[in-house]
Design a protein around this ligand. Structure first.
Ligand SMILES: [Zn+2]
Length: 358
């Protein structure tokens, strides 16, 4: 599909994506424009997934539209957590110019991947040059339609749908359905984290086919994709992208709309009590707890979001181990004892009391 309208010149940070708004807020079917397969959001449409789309119709100029975003529109919680963790881990300087630093771009592109696993939001992934997002949104609508027809989104179906509505929802720290045992969700997330960590330390290379990676064989049977193709990046940038992908999962697991954790007070969150499943959640409630609530500084804003500082700590710990190329068992031990520790009273997945559809 042609890119009919270029995005305006945009800066890298702040990017988009509230901790919970990274995925499926309210969506609705929209009109096609003429004979174009492009679906356009009308003014005032509820924002979807990682950013708000805003349509501008220029009647005088004929059929014309523009999708605004994502920069400077959504709540950049994912990006703020990532940047803070990178600084605390000593991987970038405290005074880094995040709008220009290539390393930051690479990490952020990785954090972004979970929301865009088919890499359709960027025209040129290396520079984070955003596309109009229409292909991505069309794919999301296709997935919604499939779900509405009770089709299961699993192996053999597009990964965007699988990660939003199907068996790969662990990419966002969530269960794939209600009544999934917490140990099962945890195990699936850990398998993915082990794989992405293996890529991040170079044990798994970009040339490896997904079917050659034992951890992935069951998820991608018959796939001909390589790891580089999966992450849409060449070997040189693959490691930062892979650790970014892992960080997204860690961060989402602290989002109140994704996982119920022990409430430690002061917006701090402890062990996992329940993974939520999106299918029975009210989309508008899903993200409500995870947006910025203001603050005079980045630290204050992070402290005002439930779990955000815990997500920073978790990411920092993993980044520190990664920077020393520690083997996966050491990372897993940290996760088992900290970020991904299950509470003794953990229960099977559900929508969550505060997020149920009414
Ligand atoms: Zn997410």
């Amino acid at each position: 599909m042609s890119r009919r309208f270029a995005m305006t010149a945009l800066t890298l940070i702040p990017l988009v994506g509230a901790l919970g708004a990274c995925r499926k807020n309210e969506t609705r079917r929209t009109e096609a424009t003429g004979d174009s397969p492009v679906r356009v959001l009308r003014e005032g449409a509820p924002f979807i997934s990682i950013w708000k789309f805003k349509e501008e119709i220029d009647r005088a100029g004929g059929e014309k539209y523009k999708l605004e975003g994502p920069f400077n529109i959504g709540d950049p919680v994912h990006e703020a957590i990532t940047l803070r963790a990178l600084k605390e881990a000593g991987l970038v300087e405290w005074n880094v110019d995040e709008t220009k630093d290539v390393r930051v771009r690479d990490y952020i592109a990785g954090v972004f991947w979970n929301d865009d696993p088919e890499c359709k939001l960027f025209d040129t992934p290396d520079t984070l040059d955003f596309s109009d997002g229409i292909d991505w949104y069309g794919d999301l609508l296709d997935a919604e339609e499939a779900v509405s027809k009770k089709k299961e989104l699993g192996p053999g179906t597009p990964i965007l749908g699988r990660s939003h509505y199907g068996d790969l929802q662990f990419l966002h720290g969530m269960a794939s359905r209600n009544d999934e045992m917490p140990q099962q969700t945890l195990e699936r997330a850990l398998v993915w984290m082990k794989f992405s960590y293996g890529v991040a330390i170079g044990e798994t290379t970009g040339d490896d086919r997904l079917t050659d990676v034992e951890l992935l064989r069951a998820l991608f049977p018959g796939s001909t994709q390589t790891v580089s193709e999966l992450f849409c990046v060449k070997q040189g940038k693959l490691e930062r992208r892979a650790i970014g992908v892992l960080m997204h999962l860690l961060q989402d697991s602290y989002a109140a709309g994704h996982v119920r954790r022990q409430d430690l007070g002061g917006n701090r969150r402890g062990r996992i009590q329940q993974f939520y499943a999106y299918s029975s959640q009210d989309p508008s409630k899903h993200a409500a707890d995870d947006a910025w609530r203001g603050g005079r500084s980045e630290g204050e804003r992070l402290a005002n979001v439930k779990g955000a500082l815990d997500a920073v700590s978790c990411c920092r710990e993993v980044l520190q181990l990664w920077s020393k190329r520690r083997p996966w068992p050491q990372v897993k031990a940290v996760l088992d004892q900290g970020c991904f520790a299950l509470a003794p009273n953990a229960v099977p997945s559900a929508a969550g009391r505060d997020y149920e559809k009414r």
